[in-house]
Ligand binder design. Structure first.
Ligand code: SF4
Length: 75
């Protein structure tokens, strides 16, 4: 299993995470920030737990994010 943690407030809306992992990320046209699809938010952090098959795409999203607000953990 993997866990993705996203600190949404600091997103600058570059869209790179959507390009890297379009199944899990999309842009919000209203505030211009990205959305971690189906994640639960708490105190500005959005979290979701997923199966390993989404690991590669989301590690790529984390690596490419210019402000380093995406974390992917394996557990
Ligand atoms: S790559 Fe980072 S800064 Fe760019 S849209 Fe995604 S979360 Fe926001």
């Amino acid at each position: 299993m993997i866990r993705i943690i996203f600190q949404r407030q600091k997103c600058i809306g570059c869209g790179s995470c959507v390009e890297a992992a379009p199944d899990r990320w999309k842009m919000n046209n209203i505030d211009g920030k990205s959305i971690l699809i189906d994640a639960k938010g708490k105190k500005g952090f959005f979290t979701i737990e997923l199966t390993d098959d989404e690991y590669e795409q989301n590690i790529e999203a984390a690596d490419i994010c210019p402000v380093h607000i995406i974390r992917v953990e394996k557990y």
